[in-house]
Design a binder for this molecule. Structure first.
Ligand SMILES: *Cc1c(COP(=O)(O)O)cnc(C)c1O
Length: 371
């Protein structure tokens, strides 16, 4: 079986977990602080705040940037549902943007231009598949319209441009992402007061943290805002510290495998289209393929599964989910809908070999011609 994605876990992670257990300090301690510091350094910023998921990271970013009821936030529909859910958590209204094109499935600035109103407060950009949106252009767009720019960077950790242009960026360490802590997330932000706000929101809005009190630097605390329990624990941070140094080389391996897929697919199944260019900056989180119009995607996926190859769809469009259709009816995003109707994602993870890619492509070719 060639899995769609698979974390690389080994002795380093086991040792890191055992050390935490032996230390008898299980949450919000030195390892969380060290993980935050190392993650910030890798992204060229001074600090980062660890939380228990990217969903929490998005929620707290919006909250700390003071987005709330009455505010519209522009989001992709071609994303995981958490991007839009986070806007609803703070009482805002998501406004769904279409993608630029089937070849470039990132939110369209033209669509943003036409949907911007006096209520628009922010744009959430998501780097689909790890392919980085033009952040400099989005920054100018947001500056010109006085909007906040937020990145859902769940697919794109350790990519040069990510985290440098936005007001806040949210990362994921869920088990199928480019690095994992099982569950986990991180926030970075350009304004350190925003990060300070996120730090307090993740721990019940308390004015001092657990470790500070434990060390006797503070004997009590106040609660100065409505907070949450979105903390990261020491076990996860220890796994994160073991994973992080290998992330850049895993990203390179993913890129190399993606390039091989591109070459082989062009040669073996020219009917299928792979979005983006090979030279676009990417962490190569996904290997999306667009089947030709009219192809039987389900048959292709079923055949691949029988042949031991796992595939998936990234994504069913958010505006088509029942909950969203009931609450935000009548939305039509033609390019997103076509992309989502034809897309399938092939296995891509750094544990794969070139031989695996060749096997996937040959199996895909057979399944495609037999559909
Ligand atoms: C995985 C993912 C999330 C949610 O991450 P969690 O850490 O599972 O909360 C959000 N946005 C995108 C684009 C994702 O792929």
């Amino acid at each position: 079986m060639i899995a769609l994605s698979e974390p690389i876990l080994g002795e380093d992670e086991k040792r890191a977990l055992c050390e935490v257990i032996d230390s008898r300090w299980l949450t919000m301690g030195d390892r969380v602080a060290a993980f935050e510091k190392a993650f910030a350094e890798m992204h060229g910023v001074d600090e980062a705040v660890a939380v228990n998921s990217c969903t929490a990271a998005l929620h707290l970013s919006l909250k700390a940037l003071d987005i709330g009821p009455g505010d519209e936030v522009m989001v992709p529909s071609l994303t995981f549902v958490a991007t839009a859910n986070a806007v609803l958590y703070v009482g805002g209204s998501p406004v769904f943007l279409d993608i630029q094109s089937l070849e470039k499935p990132l939110i369209s600035m033209e669509d943003a231009e036409s949907k911007c109103t006096s209520k628009t407060k922010a744009v959430i950009v998501m780097h689909y598949g790890g392919y980085v949106a033009d952040l400099e252009a989005w920054r100018s767009f947001c500056d010109a319209k006085q909007l906040l720019l937020i990145e859902d960077a769940a697919h794109s950790p350790a990519v040069a441009a990510v985290g440098r242009w936005s007001d806040a960026s949210a990362f994921s360490f869920f088990s199928n992402k480019n690095m994992s802590t099982a569950e986990g997330g991180m926030v970075i932000a350009r304004d350190s007061s925003v990060l300070q706000h996120v730090r307090q929101l993740r721990a019940h809005g308390m004015s001092t943290d657990t470790l500070t009190r434990h060390r006797g630097h503070a004997y009590s605390y106040d609660v100065t805002m409505l907070g949450y329990n979105y903390r990261m624990d020491e076990l996860r941070a220890a796994v994160g510290l073991a994973q992080l140094p290998r992330l850049p080389s895993w990203n390179r391996k993913r890129q190399a495998l993606s390039n091989l897929y591109r070459q082989m697919m062009a040669d073996r199944i020219p009917e299928a289209m792979i979005p983006f260019d090979q030279d676009q900056e990417t962490s190569a989180h996904l290997m999306p393929v667009l089947l030709p119009r009219g192809a039987e995607r389900k048959n292709v996926m079923d055949q691949l599964r029988k042949d031991g190859i796992q595939t998936s769809i990234h994504y069913p469009p958010v505006h088509h989910f029942s909950y969203y259709q009931q609450n935000f009816p009548g939305i039509h995003l033609p390019k997103t809908e076509e992309f989502c109707g034809r897309e399938l994602s092939l296995p891509l993870h750094p544990g794969m070999t070139q031989k695996d890619v060749i096997q996937v492509v040959e199996t895909f070719r057979r399944a495609f011609h037999e559909q």
